[in-house]
Design a protein around this ligand. Sequence first.
Ligand code: 5RP
Length: 297
Amino acid sequence: MADIDAVKETPKKHYYENIPMTSPGFSLRGAGSLDWGMKNRLAHIFSPETSRTVMLAIDHGYFQGPTTGLERIDLQIVPLMPLADAIMLTRGILRTTIPPALTKPVVLRCSGGPSILKELSDEELAVDIEDAVRLNVCAVTLQVFIGGEYETRSVHNMTRLVDLGLRYGIPTMAVTAVGKIMTRDAQYLRLACRICAELGAHVVKTYYCPEGFETVTASCPVPIVMAGGKKLPEKEALTMAYNAIQQGAAGVDMGRNIFQSEAPKAMMEAIRQVVHKNLKPAEAYDLFLTLKQKAAK
Ligand code: 5RP
């Protein structure tokens, strides 16, 4: 016989009729109208406390093979992962090398095709969205080559990926790839980031520029995360990350400046403090040196 106690009217039930029900808000830039699954995935990537992220990019092998610092991801990178808010990588590395018990959100590289030996903008979508679902990823990502030889194709790759992701509640992060002849200035980055957001990207990853970066973030209606770019001395990389955050970036997605550092764990920790605690560059560099020394003992 069915247990009907739960539906019996008793004086103990509380309906709180006088307290209006609140609708939970979602503060991430541009994400207010997204569906629950999208928001939930974004909330895994962007800390709900700061609305910022420290993403570790290790997908370089998809076009340049075993990059310096990524020769043995199991040995060099897996130990860093607990310090990242999210990891950006290919499905090949995910399946072969990353422990499935890792609970960090995955941002899956979904474009590919040309190697460093060919025209890099000649990319296609290289992952089926169903595989992204199988891999339980929190976002999909690809390059967009504004001004590049295959500009239109790369933009259409992005719009297709956005549409596929929308079917399953998976957000898309567009990476504004800067071709050989393009200058990484604010005018170009504003153009590239805005196009990606207008055409549906939920997050845009782009490079920092010393002049006018705040106009790039201000004119982009979705969160911008800063790409690290080529390896810099640690103090310069920390300063660049600090400036990007203070000028409106919602975090960083750094690779070489972390895994090619003399002390990758110390660098990750220093970057975390810059992103989530607004630690100033000089103090972040001191922290880096202290942690590096400790690790050497
Ligand atoms: C490739 C990418 C990479 O993930 C990213 O640019 C690499 O990070 P970094 O530049 O910090 O090494 O999107 O184009």
